[in-house]
Write a protein that binds this ligand. Structure first.
Ligand SMILES: [Ca+2]
Length: 218
């Protein structure tokens, strides 16, 4: 049996054989994609608006956002795991990605390297980040890790060229389980760990960053 496709007016999902995935509209008008059992090789395309992906583990899958210029595509992941998978921005608008629960393992968030857009990536209190990769591109971007987000192995954040980017790490406790490297940190960027904010000069001056956090200056 060939792959099947399910869709509504905002999103479509191409599913591998045997997948148990449904699309509904949530109470706030968001697109709700529910994964009933572990899925491997799903392709989701979302326009602007909000898309929530929840349920069981999502493996080797791609979520493509394509908001119009000036609009935002919101993607929220609340599955038991997001493994070997990618969320990428292919539109002219910006993306807001929230990984709220489950592991984010060997997965990538690619906000689009070459277009100037203000993008936001958030990891929630129930997120476990294992070998993650976050690519923010141009624009004024924000990356936020809540207090109880935990890390394993090495995760990298590329802040991209230009813009005033901000990284917030609420607590170092979670980061200590792994390593976090931030690259392309420019003179307008800021890193806030707990209540302390570090800028380019602080890092150039060799300040000790807590919690296995390393910054490579642009
Ligand atoms: Ca960006």
């Amino acid at each position: 049996m060939a792959d099947s496709t399910i869709s509504n007016e905002d999103i479509s999902a191409t599913l591998p054989e045997g997948a148990v995935v449904s699309i509904d509209t949530g109470s706030n008008g968001e697109n709700q994609l529910t994964v009933g059992k572990k899925v491997d090789g799903m392709e989701v395309a979302a326009s602007s608006g909000s898309t929530d992906i929840s349920g069981k583990q999502v493996n080797n899958s791609t979520i493509s956002a394509a908001a119009e210029a000036g609009e935002t595509s919101q993607i929220t992941i609340q599955t038991t795991g997001f493994v070997g998978s990618t969320i990428k921005n292919e539109g002219k608008g910006s993306i807001v990605v929230t990984h709220s629960t489950g592991s984010f393992k060997k997965s990538t968030i690619d906000a689009g390297a070459n277009k100037k857009r203000d993008d936001v990536v958030k990891f929630g209190n129930e997120a476990k980040i294992i070998k993650g990769e976050v690519i923010m591109g141009k624009g004024n971007d924000t990356v936020r890790f809540k207090k109880d987000a935990v890390f394993k192995k090495k995760t990298t954040i590329d802040l991209g060229k230009g813009g005033s980017d901000k990284v917030f790490i609420k607590s170092t406790k979670g980061v200590e389980g792994g390593k976090l490297t931030i690259t392309s940190f420019s003179k307008k960027d800021e890193l806030t760990i707990g209540k302390t904010t570090f800028d380019y000069k602080d890092i150039q001056g060799g300040v000790d960053l807590p919690g296995n956090i390393k910054v490579d200056l642009a």
